[in-house]
Design a protein around this ligand. Structure first.
Ligand SMILES: [Zn+2]
Length: 246
């Protein structure tokens, strides 16, 4: 296909989609509509629909793997499910009610406590260096960072609940707890160029991959226990310094 013809197809597809969107004005909201297609490797929470969506693309290897044991699947896919759930209660989602309307449904006291807890996360991520002298803009990434942390804590609780009567054994030299966190870390394997990191530090509401993992596990004492970290090692924090929103 020549470049000229393919450009025409792209332009026409865009025109079709924008007309389809404009035609929705004045009509009831279609609650069955998804923002992404079935093969997309992604998931999302929509505060105005108050729904979470997981296409088939994100529920297959190397992410969710039915042939693997539960520990890495909970650490990885369980964490993603928890992440999307927590978006309903992050700095943005918490401002929408159950019907998706922008309406305050919290007491003033709850909101104050929520803000002091999220400040812990915001201050922590502001210290992380993206590249050279560029730090994370943690006011921009706060919602995603809160969802990453809350999601992984939820996944750990869910996995512990589901496996409490099972006699789990080490596999491939790693304990079940270690496999949970390895599954989590492998979810965001990435190789990023400094130029791209620099652009995304200014534009992407997600923190860079390494902090989406390290920034979470440093707040989970279960991680340092699983890997027998000493108190003075980078992934351990004293219990009173750990950030926890949900
Ligand atoms: Zn998210």
């Amino acid at each position: 296909m020549s470049a000229k013809i393919s450009q025409t197809y792209v332009a026409r597809a865009r025109q079709f989609e924008s007309r389809r969107d404009i035609n929705k004005i004045g009509k009831p909201v279609d609650h069955g509509e998804w923002e992404i297609s079935p093969p997309t490797v992604d998931a999302y929470y929509d505060p105005q629909m108050n729904d979470i969506n997981f296409p088939a693309g994100v529920l297959q290897p190397p992410i969710y793997d039915a042939k693997m044991d539960d520990a890495p699947n909970y650490g990885d896919t369980g964490g993603t499910i928890g992440h999307e759930l927590t978006h309903g209660f992050d700095d943005e989602g918490s401002q929408f009610d159950a019907k998706g309307n922008l309406r305050n449904w919290w007491t003033e006291d709850d909101r104050k406590k929520f803000e002091s807890r999220t400040k812990c996360v915001q201050d922590q991520y502001a210290q992380f260096v993206v590249v050279d002298d560029v730090h994370i803009n943690s006011a921009l990434t706060l919602g995603e960072d809160v969802a990453d942390l809350g999601g992984e804590i939820l996944a750990y609780m869910a996995w512990k609940g589901a496996s409490k009567d099972k006699n789990l054994q080490p596999i491939d030299g790693f304990t079940p707890e270690q496999r949970f966190f390895i599954g989590f870390a492998q979810w965001d394997c990435a190789n990023e160029r400094p130029e791209d990191l620099r652009v995304r530090a200014a534009t992407d509401p997600h923190s860079p991959a390494r902090y989406r993992i390290n920034g979470v596990v440093v707040n989970m004492p279960e991680f340092s226990q699983a890997f027998s970290c000493n108190q003075d090692q980078p992934m351990s924090k004293p219990a009173d310094k750990v950030c926890k929103v949900w």
